[in-house]
Design a protein around this ligand. Structure first.
Ligand SMILES: Nc1ncnc2c1ncn2[C@@H]1O[C@H](COP(=O)(O)OP(=O)(O)OP(=O)(O)O)[C@@H](O)[C@H]1O
Length: 123
């Protein structure tokens, strides 16, 4: 393996480490993951089409990725400004706001897809 490949592999390992850290330390991330598993199970039950699956996976990704970035922001603020500080508060609140928005969008998209599927299947 040449130096460039080795560097790329190490970079990948660091990134993987980051995901493991979020999984280990963030309860909300684990809750979102469990929710994603339920949504995928529901998708299999209702036999979603290609477009619906694409939207579902994009939405799951949006929620998980915003949660990961929010965690990075929180950890960065805790590192550079561990004491009570108004700017630290605003930065964390804005970052948490991104997760909230993604979660609200996910609920709306989930309702749009699954309510129409339920109507077709059960009514
Ligand atoms: N250094 C700080 N100075 C002022 N307010 C802060 C500070 N740190 C956190 N806060 C306030 O507390 C809220 C919660 O921050 P915290 O870092 O505990 O995140 P959290 O929402 O509990 O996230 P998690 O549960 O994922 O760790 C922030 O949104 C902010 O309003």
């Amino acid at each position: 393996m040449n130096g460039k490949d080795r560097k790329r592999e190490i970079g990948f390992l660091f990134a993987w480490n980051g995901l493991r850290e979020v999984l280990k330390s963030e309860r909300n991330f684990r809750i979102h993951l469990v929710a994603a598993v339920f949504v995928i199970a529901a998708g299999l039950f209702f036999q979603l089409n290609l477009l619906q699956w694409t939207i579902i996976f994009l939405t799951i990704g949006l929620v998980l990725i915003t949660e990961i970035i929010n965690t990075a922001v929180e950890k960065m603020i805790d590192y550079i400004k561990p004491e009570i500080n108004q700017n630290a508060k605003i930065i964390k609140d804005i970052s948490a706001g991104a997760v909230l928005l993604a979660a609200i969008l996910a609920v709306i998209i989930g309702l749009l897809i699954f309510v129409s599927e339920m109507k077709e299947t059960f009514m």
